[in-house]
Ligand binder design. Structure first.
Ligand code: 13P
Length: 333
């Protein structure tokens, strides 16, 4: 089947009362792990990737590889999504290449600092116009989701303002909205198990009420399982203790209206932990196929667990059988 759009996938998730995980991949082996997990659990799936960060030589070759790989799963409903497009040019590149969904992250300026509401609206609307004309969905971002740095410190978080949500959606026409509720990307999130003082679940409800036709997205949703951190550390890593978003909070977010749950770091921890262990246990190992295969399997197992948690498991038929929602006023696709 052809790629499906984010709008189509999340409309079905809303109707069925579940969320769909958007799993970050940075190479084709990880993408295969996600697609195999989706096939195993009969899930619709969002494969997402950032521009310019894979170990493949160049985006165009890597992206063509992703499209080819997805084509080898002809019965699986798949969204191919650009995560955190930094500017309109990058988003246009992904649209032209064949992605079915792009995120424009207008929340940050080119200096990496939170940008103004007006600047965010302007760049997001520009991307929506281009993408919707090509039948591609768009996710925008309101507020600023934190980003962790290599040294474990965290970049600034600006919580989403529910009062701005309606205006942002009306003026941009986005299909999905990433809302900053206190989470951050990466392997260093919370210094203690998170509660309502750092994880602002109430914001989800307040924003969902104001933008009922737009799907909410939770970023920075990795749980950072202690056993995976310990496995990595046992075999050479030095990851400091940190807490992620607990499973119960993810389930609660779905009941409040979150339809897309982004996670990448848990997959990285699973993949890299398995690779580290495989290499450490077999000093004669030099064939990448062997240790990468173990990484792929560990990531697939973890992603399958998350698909069951989010409620998308067993729901592939929702998208195999339904025809895409028609474009509506405001450009939603
Ligand atoms: P994590 O860093 O928590 O895995 O979140 C990934 C993400 O939100 C990508 O946009």
């Amino acid at each position: 089947m052809p790629l499906i759009t984010l709008r189509h996938a999340l409309d079905a998730a809303r109707d069925g009362g579940y969320a769909i995980g958007a799993f970050n991949v940075s190479d084709l082996i990880q993408a295969e792990a996600v697609l195999d997990a989706a096939e195993l659990t009969d899930s619709p799936v969002i494969v997402e990737t950032l521009a310019g960060v894979s170990s493949h030589g160049e985006d165009a070759r890597y992206w063509s590889g992703l499209l080819h790989l997805i084509g080898t799963y002809p019965d699986l409903p798949v969204v191919l999504h650009l995560d955190h497009g930094p500017d309109a040019t990058t988003c246009r590149r992904a649209v032209d290449h064949g992605f079915s969904s792009v995120m424009i992250d207008g929340s940050l300026g080119s200096d990496g600092r939170p940008s103004s509401f007006e600047a965010n609206v302007e760049v997001t609307a520009e991307v929506v116009e281009y993408a919707h004309a090509a039948g591609v969905s768009v996710e925008g971002e309101l507020g600023t989701i934190g980003g962790s740095k290599v040294d474990g410190s965290r970049a600034e978080i600006v919580l989403a303002d529910p009062e701005q949500a309606r205006e942002f959606v009306d003026r941009t026409g986005v299909d999905a909205l990433a809302v900053a509720i206190g989470t951050s990307h990466g392997a260093y999130k919370f210094d203690t198990p998170p509660d309502g003082s750092v994880l602002h679940m109430d914001l989800i409800r307040r924003i969902a009420e104001r933008v009922p036709g737009t799907h909410l997205v939770m970023h920075g949703s990795s749980s950072l399982p202690a056993d995976l951190r310990e496995q990595n550390n046992r075999f050479g890593a030095s990851l400091p203790q940190s807490w992620g978003v607990p499973d119960e909070e993810k389930e609660r977010s779905v009941s409040m209206g979150v339809r897309k749950i982004n996670q990448g770091m848990d997959s990285h921890l699973a993949f890299t932990g398995a690779v580290r262990e495989a290499l450490a246990r077999d000093g004669l190992s030099v064939d990448p196929a062997q240790y990468l295969g173990q990484g792929r399997q560990a990531m697939q197992d973890l992603v399958a667990v998350r698909m069951r948690l989010f409620g998308q498991a067993g729901r592939a038929d929702d998208l195999r059988n339904a025809s895409p929602a028609p474009a509506t006023a405001g450009g939603a696709r």
